[in-house]
Design a protein. Sequence first.
Length: 240
Amino acid sequence: MRVLVAIPVYNEVRHVTTVLQQVRTVADEILVVNDGSTDGTSELLARESDLHLIVHRHNRGYGAAIRSAMAFALAHHYEVLVTMDCDGQHEPHRIPVLLEALNEDVDMVSGSRYLRRFRQDDEPPEDRRRINLLIVQELNDRLGLSITDAFCGFKAYRVAALRDLNLTEDGWGMPLQLWVQAAFLGWRIREVAVPRLYLDPTRAFGGLLNDPEVRLAYYREVLARELVRCSATWRGGSRG
């Protein structure tokens, strides 16, 4: 099974070398999407060998970085794509747990920081937990899902299923597009528990999204827009 581990990176000079060292212990092929880093991350990546690298000249956003990773996995005929963050929140040694859960009956395995408790769990920033809870409830109510974490970026995908996606959101709201499309496409989804780690709880989203209410409104706008679009595109089609 050909597995690609993809890591979107933006200004991760403190973490990128350590994360890559850890990922190499469990994965043979790694893709880094350098999303316009300006802090020295690019220079560190230039010293790395045996690494696939995509460089966005300017910071385009989390959604754009994940889309680049998906396109690379499809173009190079991988069977499985694993995505993970580079800020220390995702433990690379848990990649085999995702892969084990991605059997022939599953299209996407999504990590959940709220499925069960781990001894090493950190308490999440209050606004992030509140917003995650609200969005999870809306996704479950509107799409018939039963997920517990809407925004965990630690995922494993069956690459063949990615061909049917039409993701367009560049920013942090991309996961909402993903959940809506996955539901309408009838994807078989499984959650697996992962620890809740916040090495830097003050880490910001950037710009207006640092305001929790603005961020929640943005997420709801993306969700509402995608529900309308998918209803029109796949009306009468396979919805999970």
